[in-house]
Design a protein around this ligand. Structure first.
Ligand code: CA
Ligand code: CA
Ligand code: CA
Ligand code: CA
Length: 645
């Protein structure tokens, strides 16, 4: 780059910085009102204030003790919703490691995912935690950090069996996704890395075998939040793998003439790691399941190859327009999001902009990290929530029908609070079982440098929980009560959501960067009822029923649940469907729309406050949950499961 161009860029950067500084006092005065960040001037070239898309630069929001609200704003009393039981559960025996604490390069920053799956079919969810790596391990000079597979011991503790199970990975790991790709009834695991990915096939005996090479799904550069889904309706799960940055470990991105532009390596005027803007993106891949253990890359033919090389993070297949076919959502970092409508002929229509999901309400690209999908309005249609960078708000997209979305975050009352936070794993969960899905967000900044400045944000951050208070029209922040999980300050990245203790409460497992994992147990004091459903697909439907939709009616309220793989941030959640019933003591009807086969089935549930297994065409079938429910009912919550199950 010539000096002249460099000077010009610096000048434009200075102008942009001056503009936001001028606007800053105005913003802080009227913090509680909705303020649209200044629109970029048409004649100012796109020199961003950092490599990540944000809404601008905003004045810090501090609590009474002058702490940023990302690590403060605690209250002394209030309901205890979550309890941090990580140590008690045995999870802190494992540690995540990704590069160096200085985070000089983007590959060290974005952390890893977590997957919940019952790999041994004992009826209790187990936890898979992806690990990062170190430069020494990459060079073969040190033992690489290993992933963990924590077996659920049914007594509130977990044992890491990753070695025995053969799922330690040992590569620079990012995401994981759960799906029974060979329809043998046992959940398999796909693990994404920088380098080759893994396809861990479940051998039914507590071990897995990596078939990625044989299956043709290794790829080889930087893969992130994958997901399984049967896009072509042949009853077999296909695999979508987003790509992030095209990265060269031997020549990491640096600021300056030979590397990324200076603006892409700065945040609020200080030098930070470069990217993702200014770096070459990695394309996305869709693999068609051939049914013989191999897959074929159909990305281009299907229309989801990401020719723009946007920075893909998290993805999931779900039917957004209620035509019975799973569509595909991709949260992209610092570029527009993708929404692909399944045309039913093996191809997708790129509906990203038309649908309203590509950009936020101001028509601006966001740094989308995590992706939550759920029917939070009980309208029969799924909404979307995406988490974003600091100096920006997380976005709630209301489904207006037929897959058209409107970004309604401000109307829902939860835009302003999220500006200082940098969000990752997220999901719609009904934490209090009132029948209305709430929103959980795991947070943490990517730049350790933010702790050295008074910017109103912090490297480790507390999670956010938004309570659905007006039928999905409004949400309110659940206060961070001291000594509870919501007041835990964590460098969060991936998060997975599920009922680890079969008590109808949705727990959260967070994979924190360079840290031990955090298990927040839902101990919400409500006395609401609930019911859980595991689906088993029959002929023509994926056996784990991914892509299926259930409509459950109780007490006059109709709720929707979708069986999904992927989502959150580089993670996979409990694939059982969970319904809060409020005060209802019975379920009136359960209507299942089976994925791929398109069959609709109505099933009666005879009880509540327990899990049922419904098999396609057979209704409720005997399962391991019969024994678990009997135990829970007798109050022996920490006993071992009955033998023979
Ligand atoms: Ca298990
Ligand atoms: Ca399997
Ligand atoms: Ca398929
Ligand atoms: Ca709720």
């Amino acid at each position: 780059m010539s000096n002249q161009i460099a000077d010009k860029r610096r000048w434009h950067w200075a102008c942009a910085a001056a503009l936001v500084l001028l606007l800053q006092p105005a913003f802080s005065q009227v913090r509680q009102q909705t303020i649209e960040p200044p629109a970029p001037s048409a004649d100012v070239p796109a020199v961003p204030q950092s490599g990540s898309a944000t809404g601008g630069v905003f004045a810090p929001v501090l609590d009474a003790e002058k702490r940023p609200i990302t690590e403060g704003d605690f209250v002394k009393t209030g309901p205890k919703i979550y309890e941090d039981i990580s140590a008690k559960a045995g999870l802190t025996s494992w540690h995540h490691t990704m590069g160096t604490p200085q985070k000089k390069y983007i590959i060290e920053e974005i952390g890893s995912g977590v997957c919940l799956l019952d790999y041994d079919h004992d009826g209790w969810l187990d936890i898979y935690l992806v690990n990062g790596s170190t430069y020494d391990a990459q060079d073969g000079k040190a033992e690489p950090p290993h992933a963990a597979l924590f077996h659920n011991n049914h007594d509130g503790t977990f044992t890491n069996v990753a070695n025995i199970a053969g799922v330690t990975n040992g590569r620079w790991g990012f995401g994981c996704a759960v799906g029974d790709y060979d329809n043998d009834g046992w959940p398999d695991l796909y693990v994404t890395n920088f380098g080759k990915n893994r396809l861990y096939h479940n051998n039914h005996n507590g071990t897995f075998t990596d078939f990625a090479a044989k299956a043709g799904v290794t790829l080889g550069n930087w893969s992130t939040g994958a997901s399984f889904g049967d896009y072509d309706g042949d009853g077999r799960l296909d695999l979508f793998v987003p790509g992030y940055v095209h990265y060269d470990m031997a020549h990491p991105p640096s600021a300056g003439p030979a590397g990324a532009g200076m603006g892409f390596c700065e945040f609020r005027g200080i030098g930070v790691s470069c990217g993702p803007r200014g770096l070459e993106g990695e394309p996305d891949h869709l693999f068609h399941n051939n049914g013989d253990g191999t897959f074929t890359d159909v990305s281009v033919k299907a229309g989801v190859s990401d020719p723009n090389h946007y920075y893909g993070f998290s993805s999931t297949f779900v039917d957004v327009n209620n035509d019975g076919k799973v569509d595909l959502l991709v949260a992209n970092d610092s570029s527009s999001n993708y929404l692909y409508i399944n045309k039913g002929n093996g191809t997708f229509e790129n509906d990203s902009f038309d649908s309203g999901f590509a950009l936020n309400r101001s028509g601006r690209e966001t740094a989308s990290m995590g992706l939550a999908v759920g029917d939070y309005k009980n309208s029969g249609q799924v909404g979307i929530y995406t988490t974003t960078f600091s100096d920006d708000y997380n976005t709630l997209f209301q489904n207006m029908g037929a897959g058209n979305f409107s970004e309604t975050t401000s109307r829902a009352g939860i835009d302003q609070i999220t500006y200082p936070f940098l969000g990752w794993g997220t999901e719609f969960i009904d934490y209090d079982n009132d029948g209305w899905k709430d929103i959980f967000v795991a947070n943490g900044h990517v730049f350790p440098q933010v702790n050295q400045h008074q910017w109103g944000t912090s490297y480790a951050e507390r999670p956010l929980l938004f309570h659905n208070i007006d039928q999905g029209k409004k949400f309110e922040v659940v206060p961070a009560v001291e000594g509870t999980g919501l007041a835990e300050v964590i460098p969060s990245r991936g998060a997975a959501f599920g009922d680890l203790f079969n008590d109808g409460k949705i727990d959260v497992v967070i994979n924190a960067i360079d840290h031990t994992p955090v298990l927040l147990r839902d101990v919400s004091p409500d006395h609401n009822h609930w019911v859980g459903i595991q689906l088993i697909g029959g002929p023509g439907t994926p056996r784990d029923a991914v892509g299926s939709t259930v409509y459950l009616t109780a007490d006059g309220m109709r709720q929707r649940g979708d069986v999904m793989s992927g989502g959150s941030y580089e993670s996979s959640n409990d694939q059982r469907l969970h319904f809060g019933l409020g005060k209802a003591t019975s379920v009136d009807s359960v209507e299942i729309h089976w994925a791929s086969s398109g069959k609709v089935e109505r099933v009666r549930l005879t009880g509540i406050d327990r899990y049922y297994v419904i098999e396609q065409g057979k209704g409720v079938v005997p399962s391991v949950y019969d024994g678990i429910a009997a135990q829970m009912a007798s109050g022996k919550k920490d006993t071992h499961p009955p033998s023979g199950n």
